[in-house]
Design a binder for this molecule. Structure first.
Ligand SMILES: [Zn+2]
Ligand SMILES: [Zn+2]
Length: 381
């Protein structure tokens, strides 16, 4: 054993090992010898979704980053789901996560630094008391300490997590007439899958994928990972714009957590949804692409001419982008005015039509220039 190794956290080691072994050995054995019925499979999927979304929608986007606000009923349901997911209390989880963002990739201060490798960032960080001295320090979550539901869940965490993890599957099993089958599927298998799907966000989402917006951190965008992480696969975007309630910003990006928060806002259950402005997202993406290409070009012999050409195209691109978003803002504002104020309809209608034509033209020019710039930069990437 290496000197100065932090002490092992036996509770965590035993929970991960026992549940992992049951899922790997006992669950397949039971599936082959007894089989799981449709009710057990459905209950497992629903419980898995409830646990996972409580972490992404609640622990992560609501409490850690305050990307929106929620009704106490929503908070309560998410707090219970978080206890069911067995990932520690909201307060503890958020404190760790805020440290992760603040000190990302810093091996001394990021609790699950990806620079320490896959195993450590995935699960290793929870097996030893690496952050022992900080366990009871929640100074970076003073705001959460004023949240009654957060503090109630923190103080009652142990019995809540035991009740959820044994009580919910046992109750479902009793209702279905088979306790063992449900405890193995919606109980243990669900817990293990839920754990590792979330853990992928700390491990794989910092290793596998594209750095679309920034390489100031190791976070990656990966649509495949988004499928099992309820939308958290767009992790490069998230680390660049952490206050945004979305992780996948395009409508077609698979981000069920975003869809849930948005849908709940129509029912007045969530509000104050924060979004990074579209032009800032676009500017970050183009700036990063420019920097990446510039660094590649600088390694080439006689790079001056190539670099000058690329920079000229980039300048035109920025000008066209700014012109487009300036008019877009005006267009959105006037459309809103049309709905909220009692203005002369025909007059506003005329203005909107004119702006719309100008906007379409600017959009086209921006698009063409983006294609030119991307094509040019692609030659050197
Ligand atoms: Zn985060
Ligand atoms: Zn991260």
């Amino acid at each position: 054993m290496k000197k100065n190794q932090s002490p092992i956290i036996w509770t965590n080691v035993i929970v991960f090992a026992v549940t992992g072994l049951i899922s790997l050995l006992l669950v397949p054995y039971y599936a082959l010898t007894h089989g799981f019925d449709a009710v057990e499979i459905t209950a497992t999927i629903l419980c898995l979704g409830y646990c996972g979304m409580s972490i992404t929608v609640g622990y992560h986007r609501l409490w850690s980053h305050k990307t929106y606000q929620a009704h106490p009923i929503v908070k309560f349901v998410l707090a219970i789901g978080g206890a069911f997911a067995l990932q520690n209390s909201i307060l503890h989880w958020s404190s760790d996560h805020r440290n992760h963002h603040r000190h990302v990739d810093n091996n001394d201060h990021d609790p699950y630094s990806a620079k320490k490798g896959f195993w450590f960032s995935h699960i290793g960080w929870m097996l030893r008391e690496h952050q022992g001295s900080k366990y009871k320090n929640y100074d970076n979550c003073k705001d959460l300490q004023k949240d009654k539901i957060v503090m109630w869940q923190h103080k009652n965490y142990l019995w809540l997590t035991l009740l959820c993890n044994f009580g919910i599957p046992a109750l479902l099993g009793w209702l279905n007439g088979n306790m063992i089958g449900m405890l193995l599927s919606a109980g243990v298998l669900r817990l293990v899958l839920s754990h590792h799907f979330t853990f992928f966000i700390n491990s794989l989402a910092h290793i596998w994928g594209k750095q679309t917006y920034s390489d100031a951190h190791t976070a990656r965008d990966n649509p495949i990972l988004a499928l099992v992480t309820y939308g958290e696969g767009y992790h490069n975007f998230h680390h660049t714009f952490e206050y945004d309630y979305r992780n996948g910003t395009k409508w077609y990006d698979f981000d069920p957590s975003k869809w849930f928060i948005k849908t709940a806002s129509y029912l007045k259950l969530t509000w104050g949804l924060r979004e990074a402005p579209e032009e800032r997202i676009e500017a970050a993406k183009l700036k990063h692409r420019m920097e990446k290409t510039r660094n590649k070009i600088l390694k080439m012999p006689n790079h001056d001419e190539v670099l000058n050409k690329l920079e000229a195209e980039y300048d035109v691109l920025l000008r066209r982008m700014n012109a487009f978003y300036k008019i877009k803002k005006r267009y959105v504002a006037i459309k809103r005015k049309k709905w909220t104020e009692n203005v002369e309809q025909s007059d506003v209608y005329h203005q909107i039509k004119e702006l719309q034509m100008e906007l379409n033209d600017l959009k086209q020019r921006f698009k063409v220039q983006k294609r030119t710039f991307n094509g040019l930069s692609l030659q050197y990437n």
